[in-house]
Write a protein that binds this ligand. Structure first.
Ligand SMILES: [Mg+2]
Length: 397
């Protein structure tokens, strides 16, 4: 079999890849919707490097392009190509992708809520508590709920004098600085209010940055010790930061019993070696669509497991093909696996243009392993075609 082409269309909000072959099998994958305005030409940069090669030799094809990617957002094109290749390899073999990754070690895969959001009507601790109460009642019954706080939230904008610095509200987390006493106490009050609602039914994960300074990170981690916090995420470096500063993370992690989490922006297994070997964190959270793909994610999970470091993959708004990929690889991970971040389809008609997802998708925070050959879902092409923009109208031809 040979690859004949690569396409990328933005369908709804989701950049969607299609790899075509000379045997009529197509592989699909998706990239985070926040990259939709610029990622298409970056994906197409790789086309001539993979055409003519056998898509079922996934690693051999990915070796041709892997060195041409980088930290978020520039690892997502290589990552999405890798996942579409697995879709082809699975369809060609008549097997779900988890079989090709070594087989499943669980029949249902745990996920957590970072993306099913309920609007918050204020910025005070009671508003955080009310919001958490509603999230607890979502029909998916998520067992871990993640909330953005500190620099990963509106706090720097909403709270006067939250930190010593100029507020630069921006999607790519530009704020960084020391918290004022007022800011730090507000942060703790909001966390405590949410913890009270969580009780011990639901674990609270907190996405905190990037942008906190090391002393604040240590005192926050110490302040929530012994409480029901699943992890503190990206306090120092993280989302859209093109480096890790592993030694700084090590100092936080070694100072506290609270679990420290990072990794969603990191590209490739090599960039986890120091974090894992020097015990700079307790939980790794690579995103399959930024780290280099699902085999890359599986390798990191295995290496983390050797060091008793936990795995909770990131999966922000990667759409339903991203969800399927996370289920496939999540089924194969070792016992350090906690849960993946549950991606959703946007707009809602996405659920009408694919086959293969269970209904309901999430039951008590778990998704059943998808048994269909390939990544586990496929397009209903006639239904999907009507949502293609003029620019992309030949995507399925
Ligand atoms: Mg995050």
């Amino acid at each position: 079999m040979k690859i004949t082409g690569l396409r990328c269309a933005v369908i709804g909000k989701h950049p969607t890849l299609r790899i075509t072959t000379d045997e009529g099998i197509s592989g699909y994958s998706q990239i985070e919707s926040s990259k939709a305005s610029y990622i298409k030409s970056h994906v197409m940069f790789y086309e001539d490097k993979i055409v003519g090669h056998d898509p079922t030799d996934v690693e051999r094809v990915v070796q041709r392009i892997r060195r041409l990617g980088s930290f978020k957002p520039w690892g997502s094109s290589v990552s999405a190509i890798e996942m579409a290749l697995w879709d082809i390899a699975g369809k060609s073999a008549g097997l779900p992708v988890y079989k090709l990754l070594g087989g499943k070690v669980r029949d249902k895969v745990r996920c957590y809520n970072g993306n099913v959001r309920i609007p918050m009507h204020g910025n005070e601790p009671q508003h955080y508590a009310e919001n958490m109460a509603k999230m607890k009642e979502l029909p998916q019954k998520f067992s871990i709920i993640k909330q953005g706080v500190a620099f990963h939230s509106g706090m720097p904008t909403e709270q006067p004098n939250f930190f010593y610095g100029e507020n630069r509200a921006h999607a790519h987390h530009l704020n960084r600085g020391t918290l004022t006493p007022k800011g730090f106490n507000h942060l703790l009050s909001c966390i405590d209010a949410m913890l009270e609602v969580c009780g011990d039914d639901v674990e609270l994960a907190l996405d905190c940055g990037p942008g906190m300074m090391l002393p604040d990170a240590i005192r926050l981690a110490k302040a929530v010790e012994g409480k029901n916090v699943a992890w503190l995420e990206d306090m120092l470096t993280g989302d859209y930061v093109p480096y890790t500063l592993a030694q700084n993370y090590r100092e936080v992690t070694q100072s506290t019993s609270t679990r420290i989490h990072t990794g969603e922006q990191i590209y490739l297994r090599q960039n986890f070696v120091e974090l894992i070997e020097k015990r700079c964190l307790d939980v790794v959270g690579p995103d399959p669509c930024d780290v280099g793909g699902i085999a890359e994610l599986k390798w990191i999970a295995e290496y983390a497991d050797l060091h008793d470091i936990l795995m909770a993959p990131h999966g922000t708004i990667d759409g339903l093909f991203g969800l399927a990929a996370l289920v496939q690889v999540g089924a194969t991970m070792p016992n350090n696996y906690i849960a993946f971040e549950y991606p959703t389809g946007d707009p809602g008609w996405w659920y009408d243009i694919v086959d293969g997802l269970p209904d309901p998708i999430v039951v008590n925070s778990y998704v059943d392993v998808l048994e269909r050959p390939g990544i586990g879902i496929d397009f209903r092409i006639d239904a999907a075609k009507k949502y293609l923009s003029d620019e992309d109208k030949t995507f399925f031809d």
